[in-house]
Design a protein around this ligand. Structure first.
Ligand code: G6Q
Length: 554
C-alpha cells in the first residue's frame, strides 16, 4: 500500500496541539501534582522490566490524547507494519530495515523479498556461539598456542558505539581474564594507547565494518596487522589472530582475512542498529553467548510491546510523543539523557548517533523541505557527575531541556551507602526540576539561616528555581542483559516513531557522506604542492599550514 505522505504541521491534529501548548503554559507541574494524587499512576507505564514514570512532564490527559491523534494522523501503525513486513522503508538507499529479525527469539516471521530470513539469522548466531565459546574456553588459540587475554574491536560509528556501550554496561558479567577494547579513531594515539599494554601473542582482533571500505577502520586494521605480525614473528599469525564482521566478503579476503573467519550480516541491518547482529561479536565474547541472547530477548520483548500495545500504554510511542511535544510545540532544541549508573557512561554517546543520525534531516521522504523542527540535539552524561557540570543550565538557564533519567535501582555488588546516595540524588534532581523553589521558600529558608533582609533581597532571585521543567524517569530493578536489550530497543522505536511523524527517512545517513568524500580529496591535495585549483582560500591556507608543520617536524 502506498501511504500518502503529508506535511504533518498542516494537519488539524498539529494545530490542536499548538493551541493546547498555549493552554498548558498557564499551569505549573507543582500544582498539577498538588491537585491530583493519582498523577503518577495516571502517567506511568510498565513494560519489559522497565517502569516509565512520565508524570513530571508538562502534560495533561488532553495533551496525551491530542499527541496520540497526531501519531494516528501520521499513519504510524501502517508504517510499523511496513517496517516489520520487510518493505524497503529505507527508501533513499532502497533497503529494508529488519534489525528486529536479529533479536526475534520468538515466533514472528521475517521475510525479505519473499524469503524467510530467520534461517540465516540463526545460522550466524550459532557461529557466533561456537566462536565466542571457543575463545572464552581456550579452544581458539593464538598462533603460538596461547589463550587470548585481550580482544580488540576495530570499527567506527555503528560498528563500534553499540558494542562498546553494551560491553561497558554489562561489565559485571565480564570475566577478569578476558578484556575487550575498542579502537575507532584514525588518530593513531587511539590504537597506540590501546595496544601498548597488550601482548600480540594473546590478542585477538575483530575488524568490524559493514562495507569494509571505511578509511579509519582500514587504517587501524592495517596498523594492527603489522603490530601482530611483528609481535608474533610471522604473517601466518593473521589466520588465528584476525576475524572480520562484514557484508563484503571480497574486501575481507583482499585485506588478508580468511573468509572462513568472517561473520556475515546483511544490508538490511543499518550500522547504528547493528549491535544485535554479528557486530555484537565482542559482546558475545565479553559476556558469553547466553548473555548476548538474553540481551536479544530483551530487545524482542520491547518489539512485541511496541507492536502489540495500544498507544496509550505504549512506552516507545509515549516517549516519542513527549519528544515531539517539546521539540515542535515547546521550542526545545535538545534533550538530555542522564543515566545514574556508571557503566552506562557511553549510553548518551550511543543515543547521540541513534537519534541524530536517524532524524537529523530536513527533507521529507517525498523530497520536500520541512518547515518545522525535526531531530533534537541529543546529549548527556552520567549522574551524579552531571549535577556538578551542566545541570545548572537545566535548572536555571533560559532553555527548555527535557531530561531522561535512567536508573537501575540496585547496582551489582553496590556498596549500600553509595547506592542510597546515588538514588537519592537522581530522585532529587527530577523533583527539583519539577517543583523548583519559590520566592517564599527562599525567603523562609534564608530567614531561618539568619540572613538579614538586605542580603535576602540581593540573593533571592538567584536562589529561586522556576521548576516546571520536564523529565522522564526510567527505572529498572537491576541492569541485566535482558533489561539492557529492552532499553536499547525502547529508544530505537522512539526514534522510529518520531521519524514517521516528521516524515523523514530515519534509516539513511547522507549527511555523513560529503565530509568523507572531501577528506579523500584533501588527502590528495596534501601531496600536490599548491593544492587543487578549486580550493577555497581558507582550506588552501589550512593545507599549507599542515604541510609546513609536517615539514618542520620531520
Ligand atoms: C551508521 C552509519 C555509520 C557506520 C560507520 C561505519 O548507521 O552507517 O556510523 O556504521 O560509518 O561503517 P562501516 O561499518 O561500513 O565501516
Amino acid at each position: 500500500m502506498e501511504l500518502k505522505s503529508l506535511m504533518i504541521n498542516q494537519t488539524d491534529e498539529w494545530k490542536a496541539l499548538e493551541s493546547h501548548w498555549e493552554a498548558m503554559s498557564e499551569v505549573h507541574l507543582r500544582h498539577l501534582f498538588e491537585q491530583d494524587a493519582q498523577r503518577h499512576e495516571r502517567f506511568s507505564v510498565d513494560a519489559c522490566d522497565w517502569h516509565l514514570d512520565y508524570s513530571k512532564n508538562l502534560i495533561d490527559e488532553e495533551a496525551l490524547k491530542r499527541l496520540i491523534a497526531l501519531a494516528k494522523a501520521a499513519n504510524l501503525t501502517q508504517w510499523a507494519e511496513r517496517l516489520i513486513g520487510g518493505e524497503r522503508v529505507n527508501a533513499t538507499e532502497g533497503r529494508a530495515v529488519l534489525h528486529m529479525a536479529l533479536r526475534n527469539l520468538g515466533y514472528r516471521n521475517y521475510a525479505y523479498e519473499g524469503k524467510d530470513i530467520m534461517p540465516v539469522v540463526r545460522s550466524v548466531l550459532s557461529r557466533m556461539r561456537t566462536f565466542s565459546d571457543d575463545v572464552r574456553n581456550g579452544r581458539w588459540l593464538g598462533y603460538t598456542g596461547q589463550v587470548f587475554t585481550d580482544v580488540v574491536n576495530i570499527g567506527i560509528g555503528g560498528s563500534s558505539l553499540g558494542p562498546k556501550m553494551v560491553c561497558e554496561a554489562l561489565r559485571p558479567y565480564q570475566r577478569d581474564n578476558l578484556r575487550v577494547h575498542f579502537v575507532s579513531n584514525v588518530d593513531s594515539s587511539h590504537i597506540e594507547q590501546v595496544l601498548k599494554p597488550l601482548d600480540p601473542k594473546t590478542t585477538l582482533f575483530i575488524i568490524s565494518s559493514k562495507t569494509f571500505a571505511t578509511q579509519e577502520t582500514l587504517a587501524n586494521a592495517t596498523a594492527a596487522r603489522e603490530w601482530c605480525i611483528k609481535g608474533v614473528g610471522t604473517t601466518k599469525a593473521v589466520e588465528s589472530h584476525f576475524v572480520a564482521v562484514s557484508t563484503n566478503t571480497q574486501a575481507v579476503r583482499e585485506f588478508g582475512i580468511n573468509p572462513a573467519n568472517m561473520f556475515q550480516f546483511w544490508d538490511w541491518v543499518g550500522g547504528r542498529y547493528s549491535l544485535w547482529s554479528s557486530i555484537g561479536l565482542p559482546i558475545a565474547i565479553a559476556v558469553g553467548m547466553d548473555n548476548f541472547e538474553s540481551m536479544l530477548l530483551g530487545g524482542h520483548d520491547m518489539d512485541e510491546h511496541f507492536v502489540k500495545t495500544p498507544y496509550e500504554n505504549n512506552m516507545p510511542v509515549i516517549m516519542a510523543l513527549l519528544g515531539i511535544w517539546y521539540t515542535n510545540f515547546g521550542d526545545a532544541d535538545s534533550y538530555a539523557i542522564v543515566p545514574y549508573y556508571q557503566d552506562l557512561a557511553s549510553f548518551p554517546d550511543f543515543l547521540q548517533q541513534l537519534d541524530m543520525e536517524s532524524n537529523g534531516k530536513r527533507i521529507t521522504l517525498d523530497g520536500r523541505l520541512v518547515d518545522y523542527q525535526t531531530g533534537p540535539v541529543t546529549w548527556g552524561s552520567v549522574g551524579t557527575d552531571a549535577q556538578h557540570s551542566f545541570f545548572q543550565l537545566i535548572h536555571q538557564g533560559t532553555r527548555l531541556v527535557p531530561t531522561d533519567f535512567v536508573l537501575p535501582l540496585t547496582g551489582h555488588n553496590a556498596k549500600p551507602d553509595h547506592q542510597d546516595k546515588l538514588v537519592a540524588n537522581c530522585l532529587a534532581q527530577a523533583q527539583a526540576l519539577m517543583r523548583g523553589r519559590t520566592a517564599a521558600e527562599v525567603q523562609a529558608e534564608m530567614e531561618h539561616a539568619g540572613f538579614d533582609q538586605q542580603k535576602i533581597d540581593q540573593l533571592l532571585p538567584h536562589r529561586m528555581f522556576p521548576g516546571n521543567r520536564p523529565s522522564n524517569m526510567l527505572v529498572t530493578e537491576k541492569l541485566t542483559p535482558r533489561s539492557l536489550g529492552a532499553l536499547i530497543a525502547l529508544y530505537e522505536h522512539k526514534v522510529f516513531v518520531q521519524g514517521i511523524i516528521w516524515g523523514v527517512g530515519s534509516f539513511d545517513q547522507w549527511g555523513v557522506e560529503l565530509g568523507k568524500h572531501l577528506a579523500n580529496q584533501i588527502l590528495d591535495d596534501f601531496n600536490e604542492a599548491s593544492g587543487s585549483c578549486e580550493l577555497d582560500s581558507s582550506t588552501a591556507d589550512l593545507i599549507q599550514r599542515y604541510n609546513d608543520a609536517k615539514n618542520q617536524s620531520n
